[in-house]
Write a protein that binds this ligand. Sequence first.
Ligand code: NAD
Ligand code: UDP
Length: 313
Amino acid sequence: MHYLVAGAAGFIGSHLCERLLAEGHRVTGIDNYLTGKADNLEALHGSEGFAFVEHDVTRPLPDLGAADVVMNLASPASPRDYLAYPVETLRVGSEGTLHLLEYARRHHARFLLASTSECYGDPLEHPQRETYWGHVNPVGPRSCYDEAKRYAEALTMAFHRAYGMRTNIARIFNTFGPRMKLDDGRVVPAFLSQALRGEPITVFGTGEQTRSFCYVSDLVDGLVRLSRSEERMPVNLGNPLEMTMLEFAERIKALTGSTSEIVYHPLPEDDPQRRRPDITKAREVLGWEPLVSLDQGLRLTVEYFAGLKPRAD
Ligand code: NAD
Ligand code: UDP
């Protein structure tokens, strides 16, 4: 099969390409390097069956040949990134998703959207099930990301309903692992790099807000299973193990043997208070659940960060 993966040079996209190539598929990666890195694709360039096209998907796609599956992961994902690129984020979620859906339609291909738990906003229902409509501030700083993804979901459902396309929507919860950028501001690279350097660990707010972290290989497996399923409505993919950010900081300190102190910084506006996926649907429909424990995943991530070459500049 020929897969088009938009956002291939990103953290999750690069792992997804690797998995698809390992299964023997042909993969064309698309990315404009807005938040991704060429380094993430280094290992793939030698692989038979891999091609890469540098392209901004908010512009119409070039001819990339017949495709069997189009997977749309293109979008800034870290709050620091999407706050730096609010217009680009809205455009890639709307125009980018439109171009990828149109490409999939022309080629009678399947289409998968990488959506997000941010569609639930600062949720009033806990844990979050796919039936929850969310509690999103439509004009707050995070709205560029949340509303882009909500629009992308609506557009995907419209293409399915109007044209009978085989579409899937993954609502991805916090995912971590090798190839996250050390400086992208997300909590896993932030706490790990601070702990490893002996710098203060920056907990935002009181640290009582919760998240649930999924290791990237588990997430990728969920995406692949979903793309082959007949489920058209959104499916949560994440690890239901929930913890407060203060507990998470302590866990990272223990795991790295760090003596870093914990310091408190202001809580960013609209930072969701609680987040934990209900994955009953993924278990039932995809036979999927996470297999990698938090500590195993963190150890693999620490190894990756420890092995990063210092930058030449
Ligand atoms: P990432 O920033 O590492 O990867 C996103 C990639 O998309 C980058 O390589 C970037 O350059 C590319 N991109 C952005 N705009 C583009 C454009 N206009 N044209 C072409 N490429 C473009 O982020 P990630 O963590 O790998 O996230 C991947 C996807 O998964 C995103 O769609 C994100 O919203 C979704 N997601 C991720 C998480 C998570 O915890 N990592 C959680 C929920 C949803
Ligand atoms: N966070 C923190 N310190 C940091 C970075 C993030 O306490 O240095 C908190 C942030 O306020 C949020 C949680 O960690 O409550 C997860 O943040 P992240 O940016 O990783 O992703 P989000 O789930 O908010 O999209």
